[in-house]
Design a protein around this ligand. Structure first.
Ligand SMILES: NC(=O)c1ccc[n+]([C@@H]2O[C@H](COP(=O)([O-])OP(=O)(O)OC[C@H]3O[C@@H](n4cnc5c(N)ncnc54)[C@H](O)[C@@H]3O)[C@@H](O)[C@H]2O)c1
Length: 368
């Protein structure tokens, strides 16, 4: 069997999850090369994971005829430049979130991929995990009736406490909505369908943020994006969701990550930044039912969306985490980030037709 050949642009913090997953867990793909502006990082990946090729830069990688898909795991504001150059070189691209730092740039990438007949997809792929797939099946089966409303809460005091180089979280393409919003918006549109209109209020609470992680301990970041976004999303179905994403508040352990309220009950959906955990349903009688995931990928399977795209390329089907999804999510998130300043609702022009659910029971590491 011919394996799809993947090469990494970027070997930073999140590569520590992608590298073991893509080199060991998914046997229909093969990681053949890496590059990073910080060469030692790429050298480390080659050494630790037995990757055959180390490219001097991304252009050398794009020129390699062996590479089928480029995995772009650079920082948000770098996604556009890397993805564009890869598409221009004729490569399929799977990018970390968001698709691009602005809607205009995201639209340009989608047009370029269409023009070139290339696949373009990206993170998050947590919605392909056992938890959200199970929630989708239950909602589609009418277990909690017609969906009236939903709520999502992503609360934290910022990433400068743990990320080794956290400044990008506070610059264009960052902020809690563009960074963590993708998990929630992607889960919402996969559970409830397309979003059609949003509004929000936003603030930037701390003009100076001190890094407490190493090695940049003590350095100060000046955010240029809202760090607290309280949003409302209306869906085509008529359902309305509240979505709070914040880098400014302490989580307290209260609130569920996602709650869905239906005409015949309610549902707690586990953390959309993870893959597993049971779904809980509240019945009209007041009783709770806990439902274990009935789909695979309940571990931290980041990269499953990329492997799904590899399978889609091989078979000619639509990828589950393709640009219809990542562009729709980007439009919702950018609108939620700007609506507050504009003081009005913003209509969402794009639509997302939900792709096929995952198929349970296929051997681990393979896709349908
Ligand atoms: N860190 C996490 O926990 C996490 C989790 C989920 C998603 N993500 C996403 O993954 C992406 C990367 O995040 P990270 O935390 O790994 O960032 P990072 O800063 O740790 O790593 C990014 C790497 O990309 C490299 N890079 C940038 N431009 C390049 C280029 N043109 N050619 C080669 N290398 C280049 C940088 O040198 C750096 O090593 C972001 O989009 C982020 O939102 C991160």
């Amino acid at each position: 069997m011919k394996k799809t050949k993947i090469a990494f642009v970027g070997v930073g913090d999140i590569s520590h999850t992608y590298l073991p997953n893509l080199t060991k867990k998914f046997d229909e793909i093969e990681v053949i090369g890496v590059c990073d502006l910080i060469r030692e990082r790429a050298e480390w990946a080659v050494r630790e994971f037995g990757i055959p090729k180390l490219y001097n830069d991304m252009y050398e990688l794009f020129a390699d005829p062996e590479v089928d898909i480029v995995l772009n795991i650079t920082r948000p504001d770098e996604h556009y430049e890397v993805t564009k150059a890869a598409l221009l070189a004729g490569k399929h691209v799977y990018s970390e979130k968001p698709l691009a730092a602005t809607l205009e740039k995201g639209a340009e990438l989608v047009e370029l991929a269409k023009e070139k007949g290339l696949y373009l997809g990206g993170a998050p792929d947590t919605f392909l995990g056992g938890a959200i797939q199970t929630a989708r099946k239950l909602i589609d089966a009418g277990e909690i009736g017609e969906i009236v409303s939903a709520a999502g809460f992503m609360k934290c005091r910022g990433h400068e406490t743990w990320h080794p180089d956290p400044e990008f979280y506070y610059k264009r393409g960052g902020g809690p909505m563009m960074d963590m919003g993708p998990y929630y918006v992607t889960a919402f549109v996969n559970l409830l369908g397309s979003a059609v209109r949003v509004t929000s209020m936003t603030r930037n609470t701390y003009p100076e943020r001190v890094i407490t992680s190493k090695p940049k301990y003590g350095q100060v970041i000046h955010p240029t994006v809202p760090t607290h976004v309280a949003g409302l999303i209306e869906f085509e179905s008529g359902a309305i969701a509240t979505l709070l994403t914040s880098f400014d508040i302490y989580p307290m352990g209260s609130n569920n990550f996602i709650e869905i309220y239906g005409s015949k009950g309610a549902m707690i959906v586990p953390d959309p930044n993870n893959f597993g955990s049971p779904v809980k349903i509240l019945r009209p009688s007041g009783e709770w039912e806990e439902i274990e995931p009935t789909f695979d990928y309940t571990w931290n399977a980041r990269g499953v969306g990329l492997c799904d795209m590899a399978k889609a390329i091989e078979t000619g089907r639509t990828p589950r985490a393709g640009y219809e999804l990542t562009y729709h999510a980007l439009e919702v998130m950018t609108a939620l980030t700007t609506a507050g300043d504009l003081g009005r609702h913003i209509d969402i022009a794009s639509r997302y037709n939900r792709t096929a659910p995952m198929v349970a029971g296929i051997p681990e590491g393979k896709l349908d």
